[in-house]
Design a protein around this ligand. Structure first.
Ligand SMILES: [Mn+2]
Length: 340
């Protein structure tokens, strides 16, 4: 099996170059019948939206797509799964001709329960992603770190191959873009992002209806948990670093689920003068997840790499096998040196 790896970086004449790869993706799709769509652990709006965009496009092509997610979809994006089509496991004896891996570039971030290297189950693997770190996974790898969301790349692939962008596809891509850009606020937002959003709104979707699902349907438990997180807010390095922590006990006592802490870290970063915001969160198995968000030129992806993590320049993550206080000490002292 031939392995083709293509990485695109800003500054390349990307559209022309990419079109050929985008068509290659469809050459593989045309040959396939059963197609799995998978994405990263702790799923977010981008991977969920990208998955549904592909799902509906493949349905139009009369393929048999399956979205596989052993973990539940994020609570604020579950509305995309109106038909309850997402499955939590590969069926007994089930085989796929092709697997599309979305919004993931680190092999270790594949969800538990999905054993990707098993070619006899997953077939040819196409990886579409926009992270700046990670080797990618599979036989055809498209990594475009200048895309605001993986869904931007998905959208370009569908357009290049003349797939009609209907309401369902538009809604999925729009959800992915607004969640990954924080409602068009983050530094990944480009004129291309707005151009795509503009085209999507012309497909009959409502920005408010989607925003209401994502931002105005907060579970009570999430806001209660947020108040607990905010009460731990601490500062370091002349208030340039702000961090919060959440223990498993606190999370469980509020009745919140794991995915509900997703945007909490942004409150730490949002403070005037703060350059890096962090959230330390205990997860099961004696691990601590560290979410890191930075402003401007502080590259937290490189920082996270030192601890086996990764991500984007201004948004990265680390998982540590240590208790929460040791994790705080280790990361905060290293960060104080890093942002000197
Ligand atoms: Mn993404």
């Amino acid at each position: 099996m031939q392995t083709v790896s293509v990485r695109f970086f800003p500054g390349l004449a990307k559209k022309m170059k990419n079109e050929k790869i985008y068509r290659d993706v469809f050459d593989h799709i045309k040959k396939a019948e059963n197609i799995a769509i998978i994405f990263h652990r702790s799923p977010d709006g981008d991977c969920t939206g990208s998955a549904f965009a592909f799902y509906y496009a493949l349905k139009k092509l009369k393929k048999r797509p399956v979205i596989l997610s052993p973990e539940p979809l994020p609570f604020n994006c579950a509305f995309l799964d109106r038909g309850k089509v997402v499955r939590s496991a590969v069926g007994e004896g089930e085989r796929f001709d092709l697997t599309i891996v979305l919004d993931l570039s680190e092999p270790k971030r594949i969800m538990r329960g999905i054993e990707l290297p098993k070619r006899d189950i997953f077939g040819f693997v196409i990886n579409i992603d926009h992270h700046i770190t990670g080797s990618g996974v599979g036989d055809l790898i498209i990594q475009e770190p200048d895309a605001a969301a993986t869904a931007e790349i998905v959208y370009r692939i569908l357009k290049t191959n003349a797939i009609e962008i209907d309401r369902e596809i538009a809604e999925a891509v729009y959800t992915a873009i607004i969640t990954d850009t924080g409602g068009f606020r983050y530094s990944n937002t480009t004129s291309e992002t707005f151009a795509i959003a503009s085209e999507l709104l012309n497909c009959g979707i409502s920005s408010w209806e989607i925003s209401r699902e994502i931002y105005e349907s907060e579970p009570k438990a999430r806001i209660l948990l947020l108040s607990k997180a905010l009460s731990t807010l601490s500062f370091e390095k002349e208030d340039k670093i702000a961090y919060m922590k959440l223990t498993l006990d606190v999370i469980r006592n509020t009745g919140a689920t794991d995915d509900m802490t997703d945007q909490f870290v942004n409150y730490a970063r949002s403070i005037k003068g703060v350059e890096v915001g962090l959230l330390f969160r205990e997860v099961s198995g004696g691990k601590v997840k560290v979410s890191i968000r930075s402003k401007d030129d502080i590259d937290v992806a490189s920082f996270a790499l030192r601890f086996g993590g990764g991500g984007h320049r201004n948004a990265a993550g680390i998982v540590l096998q240590e208790n929460i206080d040791e994790s705080v000490n280790k990361i905060i002292s290293a960060l104080k040196e890093y942002i000197k």
